[in-house]
Design a binder for this molecule. Structure first.
Ligand code: SAM
Ligand code: DTB
Ligand code: SF4
Length: 327
């Protein structure tokens, strides 16, 4: 396995743009169909009132953003939403909760959500904050395929963005997720006032995990009024594309996801991101609380670029606990 240094990564990042994109696209074609994009849909299963102070987030109780908090949704409601996502072509369903960590009393509902979504034939992903080894095992046993837990930025810049937890806390949960046997979805946000070096360091951290994340979401900050980062300097679109290309080169067999922020991106920027190796997006008009392009706009873009949704390559139902128990 390659261990990346900042210097080696920086050298690639600084290549002439055409060389960088050519290299990224070449690596991409060695591992993926270049015209297929995996589509995931998100649902906020528990919104707002979060005790953490992440400087970008609409859902932190520490910021006054005007968002109203709600309790954990009922299982039937989540499954009805998931059915709709499947009809719209999503192959992965990602459920997010605004928690520092899940509580024991939430576990039965979470397990029922995982089992229900898997029974529909979609992959499952959750993002619930920190997990203990026992909680990670419970979710894995229920059949959860992916756990999303972003490192968000470099270790150096982390404390400027979040003070209620540490970078080491983040890495510990990722370790617990991996040991429980789940796939990791971990990436970060660009455009929070960080330097180029922080962006590169974040990718070095991810690529140097004992096993790189199978899924790497790269979000562009959606500035939210009332949060400390509402007025952060936006990232230049071409710098964003460079980061996508670097992620593709450093983590060749991972899905690199062009995540939050697509509503503020031109079709041309998105097309460059796909050319640079992004091969996953969130579809649906809402992410967790913020906006995302409409299904119809994505359909138009996919048609213009000759892209199609990636097909599910395994039958998730056969891994569910329900089926395992029946055998
Ligand atoms: N509470 C859980 C946690 O933090 O792990 C899960 C939900 S949290 C909203 C998931 C991720 O969404 C964050 O780690 C961050 O990378 C991304 N995110 C949140 N707000 C964002 C924003 N305004 N713009 C871009 N990405 C954002
Ligand atoms: C990720 O990296 N991006 C998604 C998902 N993981 C959970 C969330 C984006 C959230 C954008 C802000 C919002 O919708 O509140
Ligand atoms: Fe809470 Fe997650 Fe938002 Fe941070 S990013 S405030 S942990 S919901």
């Amino acid at each position: 396995m390659t261990r990346w240094t900042r210097e080696a990564a920086q050298e690639i990042y600084d290549l002439p743009f055409n060389d960088l994109i050519f290299r990224a696209q070449t690596v991409h074609r060695e591992h993926f169909n270049p015209n297929e994009i995996q589509k995931s849909q998100l649902l906020s299963i528990k919104t707002g009132g979060c005790p953490e102070d992440c400087g970008y987030c609409n859902q932190s109780a520490k910021h006054s953003t005007g968002l109203s908090a709600s309790k954990l949704l009922e299982v039937q409601m989540v499954l009805a939403e998931a059915e709709q996502a499947k009809k719209n072509g999503s192959t992965r369903y990602c459920m997010g909760a605004a928690w520092r960590n899940p509580k024991e009393r939430d576990m039965p509902k979470l397990v029922a959500m995982i089992e229900g979504v898997k029974a529909m034939g979609m992959e499952t992903c959750m993002t619930l904050g920190m997990l203990s080894p026992v909680q990670a095992k419970e979710l894995a046993d229920a059949g959860l395929d992916y756990y999303n837990h972003n490192v968000d930025t470099s270790e150096r810049y982390y404390n400027d963005v979040i003070t209620t937890r540490t970078y080491a806390d983040r890495l510990e949960t990722l370790d617990n997720v991996r040991h429980a046997g789940m796939k990791i979805c971990s990436g970060g946000i660009l455009g929070m006032g960080e330097e180029t070096g922080d962006r590169i360091d974040m990718l070095v951290t991810l690529a140097n995990l004992p096993e790189p994340p199978e899924s790497v979401p790269i979000n562009m900050l959606i500035p939210i009024e009332g949060t400390p980062l509402a007025d952060a300097d936006p990232i230049e679109p071409l710098d964003f594309v460079r980061c996508i290309a670097l992620a593709r080169i450093m983590m060749p067999s991972s899905h690199v996801r062009l995540s939050a922020g697509r509503s503020d991106m031109s079709e041309e920027t998105q097309a460059l991101c796909f050319l640079a190796g992004a091969n996953s997006v969130f579809s649906g008009e809402t992410l967790l609380t913020a906006g995302n392009p409409e299904e119809s706009a994505d359909a138009v873009l996919f048609r213009k670029l000759g892209l199609k949704g990636e097909e599910l390559r395994y039958d998730p139902a056969q891994f569910s606990r329900v089926d395992a128990a029946a055998e």
